[in-house]
Design a protein around this ligand. Structure first.
Ligand code: SAM
Length: 303
């Protein structure tokens, strides 16, 4: 298995402190990864506490199967399946979004433009289409839309055109190096300190894993499964994710008035926004991958 590739947990103490309020209760780690947060949660739970973890990635599931603790269980599923847990059954939900270091660092997973590997990028390698398969048939307009919307890439249209031209001339792209090289040729202005392929790889990864749709579904599900005073803790790594989390918390932390019924009492808010935390300078220095992290915390109300 992939013991060569390690993951340094981001905001470890901060996330667990915000999540865990009752040591006897049940918690969810919706993104097990290599279990950094899960291990600390288990260390703080009492014998009666429980931790249910999720991950899409078979390598994460293999790592979790080595965690022998009767209070712990793992599900190989996307976190949109949080809605399968009983209503008001958990005291905290943690989402530490995005990719783990083992996913990026293992060239065979195809997430990285820094090392060559098959152009895959699926978190769940047991199902769905790889990026190579999708790019082999998708229309140029759709490729451009994905790269523009999820990568905020100015050169989305020329990149998409170059992908389709290459596929017509020499067959579909198969490796990360082929894609990175092609993107570098289509991106005319380079951003300082950033590889020209950064935005395109981010976009394709978000798209192929339906990351933003699944995040939205998981947030909605968390409202149902959290008990009153239960905590929602979300760590995101780019502005598209953080915007969804921020707007979700804002939307549910407002009393909603029905304009058609002016004197009716407002619908009660379901969340109370609590805090927004960024990694300390010391954490960023020790783990540069933490630099873009933003953690948001909200508490479920009685409503
Ligand atoms: C940043 S890592 C989590 C690291 C973990 N907190 C730790 O300390 O080891 C994100 C993990 O979430 C998983 N993941 C991402 N999107 C997911 C989804 N929609 N459903 C389930 N797991 C997901 C990835 O496979 C990856 O293992």
């Amino acid at each position: 298995m992939d013991s060569t590739w390690q993951h340094t947990t981001v905001l470890l103490n901060e996330a667990v402190a915000a999540l865990l309020t009752k040591p006897d209760a049940t918690y969810v780690d919706a993104t097990f990864g290599r279990g950094g947060h899960s291990r600390l949660i288990l260390a703080k739970l009492s014998e009666r506490g429980r931790l249910i973890a999720f991950d899409k990635d078979p390598d994460a599931i293999a790592a979790a199967s080595r965690l022998a603790d009767p209070r712990f269980s793992i599900r190989h599923a996307g976190f949109r399946h949080l809605d399968e847990l009983p209503a008001a059954s958990v005291a905290g939900v943690l989402l530490d979004l995005g990719v783990s270091s083992p996913q990026i660092d293992n060239p065979a997973r195809g997430f990285s433009f820094r090392s060559d590997g098959p152009l895959d990028m699926r978190m769940d390698t047991t199902r769905g289409e790889s990026v190579a398969q999708w790019l082999a048939a998708a229309p140029a307009a759709q490729i451009a839309e994905v790269i523009r919307d999820y990568g905020e890439e100015r050169f989305a249209a020329p990149i998409a055109k170059a992908i389709v031209a290459r596929r017509q001339e020499r067959g579909a792209l198969a490796t990360t190096a082929e894609l990175a090289q092609l993107v570098a040729g289509a991106v005319k202005t380079r951003e300082p300190g950033q590889d020209p392929a950064t935005r395109t790889f981010q976009a394709l990864r978000i798209f192929i894993n339906a990351e933003l749709e699944e995040l939205q579904q998981a947030l909605e599900a968390s409202l149902d499964i959290l008990q009153p005073q239960g905590r929602l803790v979300v760590i995101s790594f780019h502005s598209l994710e953080d915007r969804i989390v921020k707007q979700f918390i804002a939307r549910h932390s407002r009393e909603v008035f029905d304009r058609r019924v002016p004197f009716a009492p407002p619908k009660a808010m379901k969340l109370k926004a609590m805090e927004r935390v960024k990694p300390s300078a010391a954490e960023v220095a020790a783990n540069p991958r933490s630099r873009s992290a933003i953690m948001r915390v909200a508490e479920r109300t009685q409503a």
